[in-house]
Design a protein around this ligand. Structure first.
Ligand SMILES: Cc1cc2nc3c(=O)[nH]c(=O)nc-3n(C[C@H](O)[C@H](O)[C@H](O)COP(=O)(O)OP(=O)(O)OC[C@H]3O[C@@H](n4cnc5c(N)ncnc54)[C@H](O)[C@@H]3O)c2cc1C
Length: 395
């Protein structure tokens, strides 16, 4: 159900409405977290969070490491309806590890309820759903119906975005109810003990309860096509192989994310572009929650004059982004798909602090050396001596 538009938002087509402090277009991951951070820092902010769909927050399960959360994050973060696990496991042929890095999961449905609660408790802020924006300008947005709203700061969080040469991370997840307990007390971040073929495949499993799990079939591939029915069948086969009986599928999510090796992160400019479209993601993991948390923390402090602080953040992000591009190039171009699990297996042998810094885009020169150089088994750096590719199918 779309929330009713506040009378103060109404304007005749093409007319300028009363100015607001902040307009955020897109109530996905970035728009939502930034709105929550801003309202926490400035409870009286005249903010409009504008979403095209009838519901905010889409259909995702967003995960991130607890260590990705900036130390200066506001109290809003602790109120997010999240699941937190003490760590996770990874499994490759001949190697398994329990990674003791706390890991968090945030679901769209819970985030949507939380957003509605926060906005309905606010005197000056509104969540406008079912409201498509067609033009995003430095100080104004135009809706599909012709209304115009003006504000001191406009943030474009509409998602999407194009990249240059790229591989893809493709996934389909089924959140299922099992007939018996799954036996997992923590996520299985990467179970690559699957038959490997023309795409690098692994399963990602999040246990939300003893009998409620999200099982995500993931592939790193050169083509974006995702065969939904084949992936569903693979998940059912995986569950059966683990001895799990699926009683009901309660939700499905899917996505195809770019894993580029040629892309640039545009310098911050007005209107502010955040999210994937602004280059605020990790090119080698596909995660953008660490960037969203960081941007939300920066904007909560600097929303009146955001460019200096964001430009400093962008300079740092850009360097780490380039490392991600290099690793993607090495992984996709230097390894046959059926052997691509090898550099990932080696990555997860690295010290915990190196893994944590990599995920939060804070790798040090020493971390980078560890990622690229070092003793066998084959790491990313062994792709300096590439092997020929096998032909890839498109499922
Ligand atoms: C299924 C899936 C799972 C993922 N899991 C993770 C994860 O575990 N961890 C992680 O860090 N990343 C994850 N990602 C990657 C990434 O974090 C997400 O894609 C993330 O949602 C990107 O955030 P965003 O705000 O840029 O875009 P989105 O979350 O897509 O939000 C954009 C919003 O803008 C709205 N919108 C678009 N156009 C308009 C318009 N014209 N007018 C008004 N509103 C508009 C959309 O409806 C949408 O709600 C996942 C991606 C997918 C697809």
């Amino acid at each position: 159900m779309a929330l009713t538009t506040h009378p103060a938002d109404d304007s005749h087509p093409g007319a300028a409405a009363a100015p607001f402090d902040v307009l955020i277009v897109g109530a996905g991951l970035h728009g939502a977290l930034i709105a929550l951070a801003l309202l926490d820092a400035q409870p009286g902010l005249r903010l409009r969070l504008i979403e095209r769909d009838p519901q905010p927050a889409g259909n995702h399960t967003w995960c991130f490491h607890r260590g990705d959360v900036p130390a200066a994050v506001g109290g809003w973060f602790g109120r997010l309806p999240m699941t937190t696990w003490p760590g996770y496991r990874v499994a490759f042929p001949g190697f398994e590890r329990t990674v003791e890095l706390p890991y968090c999961g945030l679901g769209s449905a819970d985030l949507a309820v939380h957003l509605r609660d926060v906005f309905s408790a606010s005197a000056a802020a509104r969540l406008l759903t079912g409201s498509e924006v067609t033009v995003v300008d430095q100080n104004a947005v135009r809706f599909a119906d012709g209304r115009v709203l003006r504000a001191g700061l406009v943030i474009d969080a509409r998602g999407g975005g194009t990249v240059g040469a790229t591989g893809y991370q493709k996934f389909l997840g089924l959140e299922v109810e099992l007939a018996g307990d799954c036996g997992l007390d923590r996520p299985l971040l990467m179970d690559a003990c699957l038959p490997q073929g023309p795409q690098f495949r692994f399963m990602y499993v999040l246990p939300f309860g003893p009998r409620r799990v999200l099982i995500e079939d993931t592939a790193f591939a050169r083509t974006p096509h995702l065969d939904h029915s084949a992936r569903r069948a693979a998940i059912h086969a995986y569950a059966a192989a683990r001895g799990w009986t699926i009683r009901a599928v309660v939700r499905e999510e899917s996505g195809v994310l770019p894993m580029p090796w040629q892309a640039t992160v545009p310098a911050p400019a007005l209107p502010l572009k955040v999210g994937y479209a602004g280059g605020w993601f990790h090119p080698a993991t596909g995660y953008s929650a660490p960037c969203a948390l960081r941007l939300a923390t920066v904007l909560a402090r600097h929303w009146r004059d955001p460019l200096p602080a964001l430009t400093a953040e962008w300079r740092r992000h850009r360097r780490q982004f380039r490392l991600g591009l290099l690793l993607n190039a090495l992984a996709f171009r230097g390894f046959r798909p059926d052997l691509m699990w090898q550099p990932f297996a080696r990555f997860y042998r690295l010290p915990l602090a190196t893994i944590a810094r990599f995920y939060r885009l804070e790798s040090t020169p020493r971390d980078i050396a560890r990622l690229l150089l070092g003793r066998p088994p084959r790491g990313f750096g062994s792709a300096w001596f590439p092997r020929p590719h096998t032909q890839e199918t498109s499922s």
